[in-house]
Design a protein around this ligand. Structure first.
Ligand code: PMP
Length: 460
């Protein structure tokens, strides 16, 4: 059981000022300014909750970074890591070791179609980098098409492939990346009026991009199966199948980034299962072992793996398939099976989250759109339902972003830690969340939406 402040002696736990001072002075934080950014001295966590040094408890409605699918300090995962650490901590990737092979087999058995080999990485960005490298080497082409509304990670290549503004400071990035518009029915780039039209026009747009780029130069189309931080954008029915068809027609590989959407987040092992499509490569991370030890990877089709049958794959990582990470992965898949986690996710999504968020949309004019599946949901907040003017401007920071900051603060004041990005409030709790906890978190969202409503200026 995780240490609560009250259960540990003073000697063991530094004061919160000390924790915060060390962090402020010496930890170089990503995606943040280095001076003056506020933080929280987290000292413990269990299940869907974490708490700070002063005893403030939060329901983790963000699953940290949408990665702790089995929640905090799951005893099975902790025990598996402990057992593995006692037995064998590290074996380099050129050797075979039981847990690494076992996890690769378990993933392959659950992956669609002929995806049956796994290249392990330490996280999502590396998975995307290697998926793209495999696609380029397999096809002998160099271009990769990815969506404007996407996030693929913060290494040089993954950040270039990222379509959202996080890419800008990294530009010009790597050569060969071309962005296109994916479907987004609520703010259709194609002026479509329904999902079917959005799907058709999005596919026609991609066909045109492929033609203009030159089909013989395109190695891969890379998409997030369900777009994550850019607003939980679900592919309309037929979109992924359409992508598969376009790719097949031109010898292009279809690469799905399931770093966030995979491993149960939408109620499936792999999100593509919900739409019955088999890509050539799937990038995964986060939920594979809930991040107890860093782990990610690429599930590779037999066909792509065959390219490297008698030719070395030019890439590798010291910690590829680290035994401690793999032990947590094996235990995690066992827990998913034994506890019926996928069924639970589907039920919580359709019976609790969907009706509850839709009812909130009826009560709160600031809710412009409700989207999601399983336990991956977003509310898109607006100042006016008619014009769909977002609650904060695109990519706002500082005072312009304050309305969303106040919405998030209102959640936290209710003891619920939300995931907020641009004008969206995401509902992405651990997949093991109990119904009562889920309802408690949703009640906090309801309260926070009063703050969003106070900025509403359209007709109700
Ligand atoms: N792809 C997607 C869809 C993600 O959500 C993320 C992380 N938020 C990444 C890639 C990058 O993963 P990591 O931070 O582990 O490198």
């Amino acid at each position: 059981v995780s240490p609560r402040p009250a259960e540990r002696g003073d000697a063991e736990v530094a004061g919160s000022e000390r924790i915060l001072a060390d962090d402020q002075e010496h930890v170089f934080r990503g995606w943040a300014r280095q001076v003056g950014a506020s933080s929280l001295a987290v000292v413990g966590a269990e299940g869907c909750w974490f708490w700070d040094h002063d005893g403030n408890r939060y329901l983790d409605f963000a699953s940290q970074q949408v990665n702790m699918n089995l929640g905090h300090q799951h005893p099975r995962l902790v025990a598996a890591i402990r057992e593995q650490a006692g037995r064998l901590c590290m074996v380099a990737p050129q050797f075979a070791v039981d847990v690494r092979g076992e996890l690769a087999r378990m993933i392959a058995e659950r992956a669609p179609g002929d995806l049956d080999k796994v290249f392990f990485t330490n996280g999502g960005a590396e998975a995307v980098e290697h998926a793209v490298r495999m696609a380029r080497l397999h096809t002998g082409r160099h271009k990769v098409l990815s969506c404007y509304r996407s996030y693929h990670g913060a290494t040089a290549g993954a950040l270039t492939l990222t379509g959202d503004p996080r890419r800008w400071p990294n530009e010009p990035g790597i050569p060969g990346v071309v962005h296109f518009f994916g479907p987004y029915p609520y703010r259709s780039p194609f002026h479509a009026t329904d999902e079917r039209q959005e799907c058709e026009r999005a596919l026609a747009h991609l066909v045109e991009v492929v033609q203009l780029e030159g089909p013989g130069t395109v190695a891969a189309v890379l998409v997030e199966t369900v777009v994550g931080t850019n607003g939980v954008l679900l592919p309309p029915d037929g979109y992924l199948a359409g992508l598969r068809e376009i790719c097949d027609q031109h010898g292009i590989l279809l690469v799905c980034d399931e770093v966030m959407a995979g491993f149960g987040r939408v109620g499936e092992w792999f999100a593509v299962d919900a739409w019955g499509v088999t890509p050539d490569l799937i990038a995964f991370a986060k939920g594979v072992n809930s991040g107890y030890v860093p782990l990610g990877g690429v599930v590779v089709s037999r066909r792509v793996a065959g390219t490297f049958a008698d030719r070395a794959y030019p890439g590798g990582l010291t910690y590829s398939g680290h035994p401690l990470a793999c032990a947590a992965g094996v235990a995690s898949i066992e827990v998913f099976e034994e506890d019926g986690v996928l069924d639970h996710v589907r039920r919580m999504g359709s019976e609790v989250v969907a009706p509850s968020l839709r009812a909130m949309a009826d009560r709160h004019p600031s809710v412009g759109d409700v989207r999601g599946r399983g336990l991956m949901w977003a509310l898109e907040l607006v100042r006016d339902r008619g014009t769909r003017e977002p609650l904060v401007p695109f990519n706002a920071s500082g005072p312009a972003a304050e309305p969303m900051a106040r919405v998030a603060a209102a959640c936290r004041a209710e003891g619920v830690w939300p995931f907020v990005h641009m004008n969206r409030l995401h509902v992405v709790p651990p997949l093991v969340i109990r119904e009562a906890e889920l309802r408690r978190g949703l009640a906090a969202v309801d309260v926070a939406l009063d703050v969003a409503d106070s900025y509403y200026s359209g007709t109700p």
